[in-house]
Design a binder for this molecule. Structure first.
Ligand SMILES: Nc1ncnc2c1ncn2[C@@H]1O[C@H](COP(=O)(O)OP(=O)(O)OP(=O)(O)O)[C@@H](O)[C@H]1O
Length: 343
């Protein structure tokens, strides 16, 4: 998932330092993994059953917005079941041959993680059906009328697929996962736990009100929580102040993160809806073009949170701003004149 403009709150554009920090922070076990209680319980059962029967665990699909812990959970699945992990991603699999190379070199019992699995090539998807079901692939040899397919057995494996857009997966692929976990946005107390853990790792002394302030502004997303914490750490360091609630407010204001955690892109989407489309309904593609962003990013990154906090609804006729949205931006409903200098 990418988008063009680097903002502190929207997931997608990571510097090397951010990625290294993220890696160090990843919980290693289901017990360390904060929140998502239901999913954790379901995964625990699935892994335990496989272990008791000495077989590979069923294939797992992890669905949800970016930064909620899909990659982390894939790593935990491998770690908890004591299996090696192979990582790939949909955009890296543009031909069936790319997938054949990965599948044919898997070790027995290996966990194969495919991130953004909805972006894999169609031809590879078809190969994956057979591999998931029968641990076999058909390799095509030759071209045209003389082409033949040679069956090749592959090692049993567990596929962990991650997607921000499960609706885009074809049914035959979705049906072959033994378990689908829908990851939810985190509540504030869970985010506080994530932040306390990260502060300890950063060796940052921070007050509990400051932690609570960040937890309320990180879009329900652990990745953003960790990133905002780093910006607060920077702010405290450079200004030689303690990491207090005031420091959090000042740092987040500097980075354009408002009280609800909305960042520049969230606000651009809402601003466009309210001022240019009178609150909607407006179609996804029109909205995306108007804010200069890809429709996929608006749909998978921006909208889920705006829907969750009640600023936007999806209707069959398009996206509609709610009354709460008009209020949050201090505008009278369907009055487009009050807002022109906001962004
Ligand atoms: N439940 C959690 N408890 C603690 N930390 C978490 C949790 N979930 C995610 N994190 C932290 O958030 C960061 C992002 O998580 P992760 O990379 O797993 O998200 P993702 O859903 O795979 O995102 P994307 O879809 O963008 O790949 C990691 O640094 C991880 O440590």
């Amino acid at each position: 998932m990418t988008h063009n403009d680097e903002t502190v709150a929207t997931p997608g554009v990571e510097s090397e330092a951010e990625l290294a920090f993220e890696g160090a922070l990843r919980p290693k076990s289901l017990d360390e993994f904060v929140g998502q209680q239901k999913v954790r319980g379901q995964l625990q059962l699935l892994l335990r059953a496989a272990e008791m029967q000495n077989r590979t665990a069923d294939h797992i699909l992890l669905a949800g917005p970016p930064g909620l812990g899909k990659t982390t959970l894939a790593m935990i699945v491998a770690h908890e079941s004591n299996r090696p992990l192979r990582m790939s991603s949909g955009p890296a699999i543009q031909h069936a041959g790319d997938l054949a190379a990965v599948l044919s070199s898997l070790l027995p019992g290996e966990v194969l993680f495919i991130d953004e699995i909805h972006r894999m090539a169609r031809s590879a998807e078809e190969m994956l059906y057979l591999a998931m079901e029968d641990f076999r692939i058909d390799i095509m040899v030759g071209k045209g009328a003389g082409a033949t397919s040679i069956p090749l057995d592959i090692a049993p494996f567990t596929l962990v697929g991650a997607t921000t857009r499960s609706g885009l997966l074809p049914n035959p692929l979705r049906d072959r996962f033994g378990f689908t976990a829908h990851l939810e946005f985190y509540d504030e107390s869970e985010l506080e736990q994530v932040l306390v853990r990260a502060a300890v790792m950063l060796d940052l002394e921070i007050r509990s009100e400051a932690i609570a302030e960040i937890a309320g502004r990180c879009r329900g997303t652990p990745r953003i929580a960790n990133r905002l914490l780093r910006r607060v750490r920077d702010f405290a360091l450079v200004n030689d102040v303690s990491a207090s609630r005031d420091a959090v407010r000042a740092a987040l204001e500097l980075y354009d993160v408002d009280q609800l955690g909305l960042d520049r892109l969230d606000r651009a989407v809402m601003h466009t809806m309210l001022t240019r489309f009178d609150g909607g309904p407006v179609g996804l593609n029109t909205l995306a073009v108007s804010v200069g962003e890809e429709a996929e990013t608006v749909e998978a990154v921006v909208e889920p949170f705006l829907v969750r906090i009640g600023l936007l609804t999806r209707t069959p006729r398009g996206r509609v701003a709610t009354r709460a949205a008009w209020e949050h931006f201090g505008m009278a409903e369907r009055n487009s004149t009050l807002f022109s200098d906001e962004l």
